[in-house]
Design a protein around this ligand. Structure first.
Ligand code: ADP
Length: 579
């Protein structure tokens, strides 16, 4: 015994079944009183109630707390209380046996054997706790025939001997049942542990693989972007379009796999940010317009006036839900229309509803629709493609936001998916309008670029070259630091995860040297796939001025450079003024 969890389980069972045991005691007391006199049975019943209630009260704390850790004193007290309970309950045995007429011994056997079985097979009752509970019943059971022999000269030694042997066998059976139950419980626990380990291994595998696949994919997408800016023939441009399109699909798939592995390991987190509903709706319409038009399907994305405005939430994740639903709706609709409505429900929660007049979903498939890797049927997969992850992730996200995602559908008629999100309103930041500068001209800017991965280095070098920038490439943070020291640079583009010295450390050192040697502030842009808010806070603290996420998008890179140059100019200016 001594396993804290076991005490919790025992206490839960004993507290829960207190009423049942007391009811049973009342029944036994009645039978005893009926067969004999009421005085002793009444006293016995009072003692049973007192000892059982005391035992339940003692176990209440353990029953309420799954992580209950017993002290030595508590454990001792509980064991004594368990023994007292059994002694008191079993004490009706001799009374029934000797005082209740011809049926008395039979009744005594039923009560004692029943008590023994009940206490022995309570969940998690093993070791000392088992013996404290079982021994009083077993001893009484064994003693009754012997005492009978001693008291009654006419009693048959053979008959009483058989009774004792029977009692012993019965005890053995109960103990064997306990052992089998414990073995089964241990096997279940082991199987559960194996399953959990396997699931964790699978999640790690998914996460590792999607990270590993991402790097070469960045190469494909980055170079395709760079080539798009080259002079190409119409055929080449078309082929390049296929490469880019396929690359984006792969990237979405990878992101979904990564999300699902986060869901499974409970590491999917929401960011805090602002979402402009109208802006999201417009972008969504733009993103799916061509796809819908190609199929001859109408597309509308409407924002009701009362829902319009800015909401406080993780904007990327809300967009992900809407895009998943729209993508499915367009995918599974051959004629008719797809309509997304963004409004408020009766309780004022944001509601995203996507309706389509597509193939619909058979009623039998609806309940399992949100499972992972679940798709309508094999023919659906072949016809429409997809991974069966989108809905599972979307529902998980909606639930993380405190809401839910549900579906209604009629096969052959269409489907309606509804996400209800209890979000709070946000305030549009003041500076937003000023941020819309003209695109920055970066040609002629000189930059140190730190990137350890060869493919990524090639991609960024190609893109910077196309933009007319001069790049000094470095393979890690320490090389970048050296390069930065030896000459004056307009800019540093810094990967985060690098061997020898990572980007955060290199940036911290650069800022230190700038301070110590009163050098002007060099704008530094982080290049990273990790852009959760806690990462961003860490980058800002290290001295980064802006972040561009990987896979590199040229427009986003330019915006980050612009932000960094604007932020970088100020401290340098201020320092010059001070000097
Ligand atoms: P995927 O679309 O990648 O297969 P999802 O999780 O997004 O994965 O969808 C799971 C399944 O739900 C789909 O394969 C399809 O059978 C069904 N489904 C989802 N949306 C719709 C819809 N709008 N109309 C009909 N079936 C749908």
């Amino acid at each position: 015994m001594g396993v804290p969890k076991a005490y919790h389980q025992v206490a839960v069972t004993r507290v829960r079944e207190l009423g049942l045991r007391l009811g049973f005691a009342v029944l036994i007391a009645f039978a005893a009183a009926y067969a004999s006199s009421p005085l002793l049975p009444a006293a016995w019943l009072a003692a049973v109630v007192a000892s059982q209630v005391l035992n339940a009260a003692l176990g209440l704390g353990a029953a309420r707390d799954p992580g209950f850790a017993p002290t030595r004193a508590w454990e001792g007290g509980y064991l004594v209380s368990q023994a007292v309970n059994s002694v008191v309950f079993a004490s009706i045995g001799p009374f029934l046996w000797f005082q209740c007429g011809a049926e008395g011994p039979l009744l005594a056997l039923v009560v004692l054997m029943g008590g023994l079985l009940n206490i022995g097979t309570q969940p998690a009752t093993t070791g000392r706790l088992l013996w404290c509970g079982v021994a009083p019943y077993a001893l009484t059971l064994g003693a009754l025939p012997i005492v009978t022999l001693l008291r009654d000269p006419h009693a048959s030694a053979v008959e009483m001997g058989f009774l004792d042997v029977g009692a012993g066998l019965y005890l053995l059976h109960v103990l064997r049942a306990v052992r089998r139950r414990d073995e089964a419980a241990r096997e279940t626990a082991e199987a559960l542990q194996h399953a959990e380990q396997a699931s964790a291994a699978k999640s790690t595998f998914l996460a590792t693989m999607s990270h590993e696949i991402r790097t070469p994919l960045n190469g494909v997408l980055g170079m395709a972007q760079a080539m798009e800016r080259d002079r190409l023939s119409a055929t080449q441009r078309k082929r390049l379009g296929v490469i880019r399109q396929s690359g984006s699909v792969l990237l979405t798939l990878l992101n979904d796999l990564l999300d699902i592995s986060k869901v499974e390991s409970g590491r999917l987190e929401l960011e805090d940010g602002l979402l402009d509903l109208q802006e999201m709706a417009d972008q969504a319409r733009d993103a799916f317009a061509a796809l819908a038009a190609n199929k001859g399907v109408g597309l509308a994305v409407e924002v009701s006036p009362d829902a319009a405005g800015v909401w406080r939430t993780d904007p990327t994740r809300v967009r992900q839900i809407l895009y998943n639903l729209l993508s499915n709706a367009v995918k599974f609709t051959e004629r008719g229309s797809v309509t997304a409505t963004l409004d408020l429900d009766a309780e004022g929660r944001l509601r995203i509803q996507v309706r389509d007049t597509g193939v619909g979903i058979p009623a039998a498939d609806l309940p399992s629709l949100f499972g992972r890797f679940v798709q309508g049927d094999a023919s659906v997969t072949r016809r429409f493609g997809g991974s069966g992850l989108g809905l599972a992730i979307s529902r998980e996200l909606a639930r993380l936001m405190g809401g839910d995602l549900t579906a209604e559908s009629t096969a052959g008629v269409g489907s309606t998916f509804t996400a209800v999100l209890p979000l709070t309103r946000g305030v549009r930041p003041q500076a937003r309008e000023d941020e819309r500068h003209e695109p920055i001209d970066v040609s002629g800017l000189r930059a140190v670029v730190a990137e350890d991965n060869e493919t990524n280095r090639l991609v960024i070098a190609t893109i910077l070259d196309q933009l007319g920038m001069v790049a000094r490439l470095a393979v890690d943070g320490s090389e970048a630091l050296e390069a930065w020291r030896t000459e004056a640079w307009d800019l540093v583009l810094m990967d985060i995860q690098m061997p020898v010295m990572d980007g955060v450390e290199a940036t911290r050192r650069i800022r230190e040297i700038e301070r110590d040697e009163r050098r002007p502030h060099t704008p530094i842009v982080a290049l990273t796939a990790n852009a959760m808010s806690h990462h961003l806070a860490e980058y800002a603290a290290a001295g980064f001025d802006a972040v561009a996420t990987k896979p590199i998008q040229i427009a986003a890179l330019l915006a980050a450079i612009q932000t960094a140059m604007a932020a970088g100019g100020e401290p340098a200016e201020a320092r010059r003024r001070r000097a």
